[in-house]
Ligand binder design. Structure first.
Ligand code: BEZ
Length: 208
């Protein structure tokens, strides 16, 4: 069977190695949340950043009072088809994440074709974050989460750039794309950017 992996985080804007094609669509019954700490990519062990993970919608609802509507339980992303000759090495790289408590599952990817919801990929591979993952931190209020993302940096770059890249890439996937949580978080972090700029300009003016 062809190995197709569903990208919902950095794999939305940055394909895994050895891809041969790309299928845009959404998986159902999950939410995408910045519920995972990052101490080696977008943060450090001293100050961990936040990256997204896919969580089963019912698990998320049981953990938080945050509302999830039906639309949000569709997570838009990209199904990447991997060159069959490289499947083993790509799987090994991705499975590396599993050691911390991801479960690897197969789900259908959907899109709307000629106005009709259609399965565009049967049984793609997805990596679902488990509560047992030591890096899983669950729900944080938006002000706390946005301040954290705004201020963190790790070996892969600024945490806020991860969020901005993801939001831009998800928005560009399809005109039907909706993800209130992601786009609201992007607005909150961009607002902190704006406040920082205003504060710096004020200091410059005061010093001049
Ligand atoms: C991601 O989209 O970030 C991702 C998806 C599957 C495995 C690892 C990362």
């Amino acid at each position: 069977m062809t190995f197709i992996v569903f990208g919902y985080g950095s794999l939305v804007w940055k394909p895994p190695p050895h891809t041969v094609s790309k299928t845009t669509g959404y998986v159902k019954g999950f939410v995408r949340r910045f519920a995972q700490s990052s101490n080696d990519h977008r943060g450090t062990p001293e100050r961990t950043g936040r990256v997204v993970t896919l969580v089963r919608a019912e698990d998320w609802t049981s953990m938080t009072s945050e509302p999830t509507n039906g639309q949000e339980e569709k997570v838009w992303g990209v199904g990447w088809t991997i060159d069959p000759e490289k499947e083993e090495s790509v799987r090994a790289d991705l499975d590396y994440r599993e050691k911390n408590g991801y479960s690897v599952q197969s789900v259908d990817i959907y899109n709307v074709v000629d106005g009709v919801e259609t399965i565009v990929v049967h049984q793609a591979t997805i990596y679902v974050g488990e509560k047992t993952n030591e890096a899983f931190i669950g729900a944080e209020p938006i002000p706390t989460l946005s301040a954290r993302i705004h201020s963190c940096i790790g070996p892969s770059g600024l945490n806020k750039d991860y969020l901005y890249n993801l939001a831009i890439a998800v928005r560009e996937l399809d005109p039907e794309t909706k993800d209130d949580y992601l786009f609201d978080l992007e607005i909150a972090v961009r607002a902190l950017d704006a406040l920082e700029l205003i504060s710096r300009s004020g200091k410059l003016l005061a010093d001049s």
